[in-house]
Design a protein around this ligand. Structure first.
Ligand code: P1T
Length: 379
């Protein structure tokens, strides 16, 4: 099936007792057993829940994976992947990673004798030389497009490096969504999503997901999910499954608005630089056009002005709401230095270019002309 059909139909089951086309929300923590350990496949909802199971089947299908697992947040999914590793492991991480992911690595997991190396992965040669430097390299952590500088990392090149060094390749595919990029088809071992974003799509929940076709990794991750317990509630699983059905059509409008906003900003005299993989001027546009079928609704730009000018711009916006997060139907604006990436060490922020004049937009699904008019009047 093609992606839009998959989104609508994957994991959709008719409820057997009534024929209801929408699968129910099983709000139960436990299940009655006929005899000890003799049951209908469910014994406790931390381990499995029918509503969650239907959603996880759908998640897997959207990435062309054998298996899908859902988590209580994107960062709970990040944690599960790191928990695959033994102490002493070395992890290569793209330098421009979501602030919360970097904070989890630097401030929590670094305590457990895990060595995180932050590298500019837009340069595959740098990743290769870092990977071969130590046999302890067990994981390559890619986010593409990156966050907030919108760098694009060549997933196929990373997969080759991972394969030749025996490391696991995980790709955080949150920004592209499964509609525009499928990392497993490009050689990744695990795909991660913060389903809080495009998959959830309505800014009304927090969730995370992992997809993989590797049976060995699935079994370990399923154990981590069950043993650690960071699972979504049946209600959230239902909401995310419901949202998946419209992911395809929503992404088309996010993409249309992203392209239009990026082009408009690129032509405006009060804008110093626009970072959007869909622009021909983007340094990795060729890789982006090869591995993505759309560029999504995330646009970063540098305002040609001071922090005071940025504050004025943010106050003047009427449609774009100043808030963390992204990927919802409504447009949002974020100031990475003070908001999403405040936990990134200052030195690293400087190196990456996350400064006072950097602004990140999450273009929603409103009418394109309204979004452009809003930005134009604020500029
Ligand atoms: O917020 P949570 O569902 O735990 O997901 C974390 C996460 C992981 N990966 C990416 C690429 C993300 O963007 C995020 C969360 N990001 C934001 C809250 C934000 O405003 O960028």
């Amino acid at each position: 099936m093609k992606p839009f059909t998959t989104c609508v139909h994957a994991g959709a089951k008719v409820e057997p007792t009534t024929g209801a086309i929408m699968y129910p929300i099983f709000t139960t923590s436990t299940y009655v057993q006929e005899e000890p350990a003799k049951h209908k496949g469910f014994d406790y909802s931390r381990a499995d829940n029918p509503t969650r199971q239907a959603y996880e089947e759908a998640l897997a299908a959207t990435e062309g994976a054998q298996h899908g697992l859902s988590f209580a947040s994107g960062l709970a999914a990040v944690q599960a992947v790191v928990q695959l590793l033994d102490p002493g492991s070395r992890i290569l991480v793209c330098d421009d990673v979501y602030g919360g992911t970097g904070r989890l690595f630097r401030r929590l997991f670094a305590k457990y004798n895990l060595d995180f190396q932050f590298i500019d992965m837009a340069d595959p040669a740098a990743v290769k030389s870092a990977a071969v430097k130590s046999a302890a390299t067990k994981l390559i952590w890619v986010e593409t497009p990156t966050h907030p500088m919108m760098k694009v990392i060549d997933i196929r090149a990373m997969a080759q490096i991972a394969k030749s060094t025996g490391a696991i390749l995980v790709v955080d595919n949150t920004f592209a969504s499964p509609i525009f990029q499928n990392p497993l088809n490009l050689g990744a071992d695990i795909v991660l999503h913060s389903t809080t974003k495009y998959i959830g799509g309505h800014s009304d929940l927090i969730g995370g997901a992992l997809m993989t076709s590797r049976q060995d990794l699935f079994e370990q991750l399923k154990f981590i999910q069950f043993a650690g317990g960071a699972v979504p509630s049946p209600f959230d699983a239902y909401l995310m499954h419901r949202s998946l059905k419209t992911l395809g059509v929503r992404m088309m409008q996010h993409n249309k608005n992203g392209i239009a906003v990026a082009e408009f900003l690129a032509s405006h005299k009060r804008v110093r630089q626009v970072m959007y993989p869909g622009l021909k001027s983007h340094p990795q546009h060729t890789v982006a056009a090869e591995q993505m079928s759309g560029f999504s609704g995330m646009v970063s730009f540098d305002l040609n002005g001071t922090y005071d000018d940025v504050l004025k711009f943010l106050k003047k916006l009427k449609i774009f709401a100043l808030a963390e997060s992204l990927g919802g139907v409504e447009s949002l604006v974020n100031h990475p230095e003070k908001m999403t990436h405040a936990s990134v060490p200052e030195e690293m922020r400087k190196k990456l270019g996350i400064g006072p004049s950097l602004i990140r937009l999450s273009c929603g699904i409103e009418d394109t002309d309204d979004l452009i008019a809003d930005i134009n009047q604020a500029l």
